[in-house]
Design a protein around this ligand. Sequence first.
Ligand SMILES: Nc1ncnc2c1ncn2[C@@H]1O[C@H](COP(=O)(O)OP(=O)(O)O)[C@@H](O)[C@H]1O
Ligand SMILES: [Mg+2]
Length: 334
Amino acid sequence: MEIRLKNLRRNYGALHAVDDVSLVIPSNTVYGIIGKSGAGKSTLVRLVSMLERPDNGEVYYDEKRVDNLSKADLIEARRKIGMIFQTFNLFSSRNAEQNIAYPMEICHMEKGYIKKRTEELLSLVGLEGRGKAPISTLSGGQKQRVAIARALAINPSILFCDEATSALDPQTTRAILALIKEIQKKMNLTVVMITHQMEVVRDACDRVAVLDSGHIVEEGLVSDIFSSPKSDVTKDFLSSLTNVQESIVRWSKDGGHYTLRFRGNSTDEPIISSVSKETGAVFNIRAAGVQNVSGEEMGVMITDIGPDEAVAAAAVSMLRDMGVTVEEEKKEAR
Ligand SMILES: Nc1ncnc2c1ncn2[C@@H]1O[C@H](COP(=O)(O)OP(=O)(O)O)[C@@H](O)[C@H]1O
Ligand SMILES: [Mg+2]
């Protein structure tokens, strides 16, 4: 199902929590929405999932407008949606399979069907045979698997994930993201992935919108955003990623005024040697590596360029001509 947002706005008093957001979230994709804490991500999700009404603007699921539905239509429309959260929001008094069965019970589905469907869902999320487990005995990753199974119980078309992996360690995060991607394909879902972590966008999303102070500041294919970020907010997210990324090796904590991003086939050309030869630039490389972004190999190099500013400028301009994205660290940030 395609989701379309038109000029969405939500104010809390004088605060514009969501400020004129227009977006198309294509069907059958994992769509990331990234922003810092307080950017308006959860508010946006509440508007898009019809939990809250916007002060202005429209929400469409395919061609159907859904932001102004009557109570009865709202209940019907909300069946197309599954949601998972950072805090899992499971019932601790119910075991795994009772949690998964809950939405089907609410819809008065037949007992035999609920039992069969619960088994299917447990196996879909990799928890075969764990149905009787009390929630308190499950790890964070297993709790999120139960929450995913519950969210999918009545076959939604859309899955909202609000910081779904933010409480999990990196390894569990990767496993849960892989599961979500697999389920997205299997069920042709539209997945909306809300996060403040660029690694979630890199590992799971096809497209991404960057949200800042209620505005969309950048939107596009994940591979494009990673290879040529435009807004400062996006660059900040990417730089936090290069610092913690294990596939980037940093051999000096100091320096690294320039971040170079090499994309696809430029990764294996002798670009640095050519630029050095041509301009006389000296590269003092502080960190480098390759990361896989949305299935595409992308090289990253953090370097100083000398011997002086004029030569560095010539080198940067030549690099850009050769299709390398060059970001210069802002002076005030040093
Ligand atoms: N119900 C509310 N009442 C008043 N202010 C709110 C409410 N919900 C969110 N806000 C404010 O709106 C802004 C965006 O919040 P939120 O959507 O939760 O951001 P995020 O999920 O990106 O961290 C924040 O400044 C927050 O304090
Ligand atoms: Mg939030």
